[in-house]
Design a binder for this molecule. Structure first.
Ligand code: NAG
Ligand code: NAG
Length: 497
């Protein structure tokens, strides 16, 4: 059993909420907080939301967006400085995460006493166990916090853009306040801002110089959600998202693009042939959209479709590079989400382009890859808990390619009975039009919860700098890792339900 007490005793900066999310979050698979699901990646055109006369069958999905937005906001805002340790640079503003599948092997270190956690990190060589998460990685939880921030920002922006029938004046202002605050805290405010680099992402621990891995670039794949949120704030003419903030965010993003296009580990990630490469391109393309460089975004998408995409889908639709991994069902769905995101960005940046019909080297399309994936069973490869990862992709493919035979609808009805309540149903019209299960019954009007999000959220920024936050009480000396997890989970349930 891993011993964690010393970590919590020394200098934790984590709030209870951050700890909770730390243990609920993960880098590479879908997460649940209450009934929420974080889809691996997506890009949402603002016109697919703003001004859409959504029919009644989108009611449940709209209700989910409003509810998720408020629940997620309660955990924020989030900041990269909110961690107990520092990157080897010594700068709290440098993003840090530990390589998720690497575990210490202390058998050869010849120690004479028990090593502390901190000693293990720099003394024992770390070895790869593909697909097995080392749970202590969540102690430095910039990755989980970024993910939570991206989800909360996206849903608060989407919900804010709904009309008065859905979000009342006060709630509307609060959703807008939340989205803007979350972006400012993570990227822009001097006390809490992240430096625009991933030099220490998925850093492999062990003896010697500690630097990030190329795989760490994946940590920020949800930038496409931030871009989607900012596009909504811009096109919905948010008063709080001022031209000054927009300019600051563009400047931050330009600096980060500079890192992504030049750092050795970023280029290494770009050259990965599988989902890592895919998410490099989806992230970079979305960033070009954020800085208003649509030709640049199109160029990044083209580079993907003319490059690694060619080798990603076989004639039968199998994705061989993903099928070779430890969790083939998960990785097929995951790479599909990345490919779909790139295709959506290409269609947005260059409406006359045809990413959806672009063939891989074997002549297959994204649809073919999805059609293969839906014939595979998560249970067969012992991945039952990842089953739902494919579902948003099914809706996306159906919305773009159509569903003349009704097979996509039949698939979701069979495998995902509550699918019409999922937010992805909103931006995948016309798929699901007229489905009765999406209609909110008369009398049960849109649940506009008590507007507490902003008030709850306002304490987080303080936590970011306040090392005496409530989280400390969870980690008394002698508390085992399991006990810490249990305490957090109990706290989590009461926080989220
Ligand atoms: C508000 O939005 C809903 C969903 O898009 C739409 O059906 C309704 O007609 C809109 N109401 C007004 C007053 O615009
Ligand atoms: C180090 O040495 C102690 C005592 O010899 C042993 O119990 C312990 O498991 C060793 N390894 C670590 C990682 O502390």
């Amino acid at each position: 059993m891993l011993s964690m007490p010393s970590l919590f005793r020394t200098n934790t900066f984590l709030s209870t909420g951050a700890l909770l999310l730390a243990f609920l979050s993960s880098t590479t698979y879908i997460q649940h907080a209450s009934a929420q699901t974080a889809y691996a990646a997506d890009f949402i055109e603002p016109t697919h939301i703003i001004g859409q006369p959504f029919d009644a069958s989108r009611g449940r999905a709209m209700q989910s967006v409003v509810s998720w937005a408020q629940q997620l906001a309660e955990g924020g805002p989030w900041s990269v400085v909110n961690k107990f340790g520092k990157a080897p640079s010594g700068d709290m503003h440098d993003y840090l995460s530990w390589a998720p599948y690497w575990w210490p092997d202390c058998s050869s270190v010849g120690n004479t006493t028990v090593l502390s956690d901190e000693q293990i990190w720099v003394t024992c060589p770390y070895v790869n166990r593909d697909g097995q998460f080392n749970p202590d990685g969540r102690l430095v939880n910039n990755v989980g916090d970024f993910q939570s921030m991206a989800e909360a920002t996206l849903y608060n922006a989407v919900a804010w853009s709904f009309n008065e029938t859905w979000v009342s004046g006060t709630l509307k202002t609060q959703l807008e306040t939340n989205a803007v605050k979350f972006i400012r805290t993570w990227f822009l405010d001097p006390d809490t801002a992240m430096k625009p680099n991933l030099n220490y992402a998925q850093m492999k621990r062990g003896p010697g110089i500690q630097v990030g891995s190329h795989t760490g670039v994946l940590d920020l794949k949800a930038m496409s959600k931030i871009t989607s949120a900012i596009l909504l704030l811009r096109s919905g003419k948010s008063a709080l998202w001022t031209p000054q903030l927009d300019a600051q965010m563009v400047a931050w993003t330009q600096a980060y693009i500079g890192w992504l296009e030049s750092a050795a580990i970023a280029i290494e990630e770009k050259e990965a042939l599988n989902n890592h490469g895919t998410f490099y391109f989806s992230q970079l393309a979305s960033l070009k959209v954020l800085v208003n460089d649509l030709p640049g975004a199109k160029g990044v998408c083209d580079e993907f479709f003319n490059g690694i995409y060619k080798g990603q889908i076989q004639a039968d639709g199998e994705q061989p590079l993903e099928a070779a991994r430890t969790r083939p069902y998960h990785y097929r769905a995951y790479n599909l989400a990345g490919m779909i995101t790139i295709a959506r960005i290409a269609a947005y940046a260059a409406p006359s382009s045809s990413p959806w019909s672009t063939p891989s080297g074997s002549g297959a399309t994204i649809q073919k890859a999805l059609d293969f994936a839906i014939t595979t069973s998560a249970a067969t490869s012992k991945e039952g808990k990842y089953a739902e990862e494919l579902w948003p992709n099914v809706a996306s493919v159906a919305s773009v390619y159509g569903d003349a035979e009704g097979k996509y609808l039949a698939y979701l009805k069979k495998n995902a009975p509550g699918f019409m309540s999922e937010p992805y149903i909103l931006w995948n019209a016309p798929f699901g039009a007229g489905e009765a299960s999406g209609v909110i019954p008369p009398g049960a009007k849109a649940a506009t919860r008590k507007a507490t999000g902003a008030a709850a959220a306002s304490t987080g920024a303080k936590d970011a700098k306040d090392n005496t936050s409530a989280g400390m009480s969870l980690g008394g000396a002698g508390m085992s890792a399991a006990a810490v997890v249990a305490a957090v989970t109990v706290g989590g349930l009461s926080l989220l339900l």
